[in-house]
Design a protein around this ligand. Sequence first.
Ligand code: KG4
Ligand code: ZN
Length: 332
Amino acid sequence: MRVVILAIESSCDDTSAAVIVDGEVRSNCVANQDVHRLYGGVVPEVASRAHQVNIVPVVEAAFAQAGVDKTEVSAVAFTRGPGLIGSLIVGVSFAKAFALSRRLPLIEVHHMQAHVLAHFAGQPHPAFPFLCLTVSGGHTQIVLVRDYHDMEVLGRTLDDAAGEAFDKTGKLLGLDYPAGPLIDKWAQQGTPRFPFPEPQIPGLDFSFSGLKTSFLYFLREQREADPDFIANNMADICASVQSRIVSVLMNKLVKAAAQTGITTIALAGGVAANSGLRQALETTGRRLDWQTFIPAMAYCTDNAAMIGIAGYYKYLAGQFAEQTVTPKARWG
Ligand code: KG4
Ligand code: ZN
């Protein structure tokens, strides 16, 4: 009999549902919440209310697109955390109710592990062991991936995440939220001619809060001399910020590869959509003889397909959650 997983993701501001059949993604529906643009960032209370509105139609769309009937579902996988508690509660409650009403097993999924396992939603995918740089709006990690279920975080951010660094510097430039994709767009027409200091953090950990502060002072100084500095130099400013964020990420990744001797290197998370980072991975990979992997765009940003893929491997391993499971805003 085939294994059909219904997967639910609601950790931040995207409501997503996917149907995975025998490890293959049959549908991956996402309802984005544009409303947060008005506030310049995700407003948790607004996000949870929007999840409540979106979840049922998104699940219906996922079944319709997959051409799968609800009676065929073998298990329900859901993001247990980490994430915004109000947002998680909506997805977890839906998953529990669906599973209870149909007497189905539940599978809890760690959001960051799912970002890593997004690589198995398509072909080709990396062979174990590999290193995965997981960069999103909430996290920045270098993960040693030994197996679907065996991952070790070798380095993480001590303050802001890489996506946050993009979003916060973008906000200072007057760009809409999320600013990451907009900085990326501008950067493609610019030259990285403004230098920003590289943080000196030991080991494989990251820090981006210093960059944000030095960027703030830089803008203040430049605008004193030229009030139109931002408007006149947007492309070069964005190229400079992006280039520094990318070099911080790449330098640590090179260090991790050297330390572990692993040459299969992957990117994951929303910031993996960044063209500068993708290009840097390719160039560095060629120079150091790495085998590199970047998931398709739809599997980089938050999506339920990655939750379903993680859920599928947990299903095969017999790893199920209790019906009493609760969301975890903070989770290792
Ligand atoms: O993984 P994700 O969709 O959600 C979280 O789990 O956080 O990542 C969202 C983050 C945001 O900070 C957004 O600005 C960033 O990914 N992002 C980008 C790009 N596309 C999305 N950052 C830089 N360049 C991009 N092209
Ligand atoms: Zn994410």
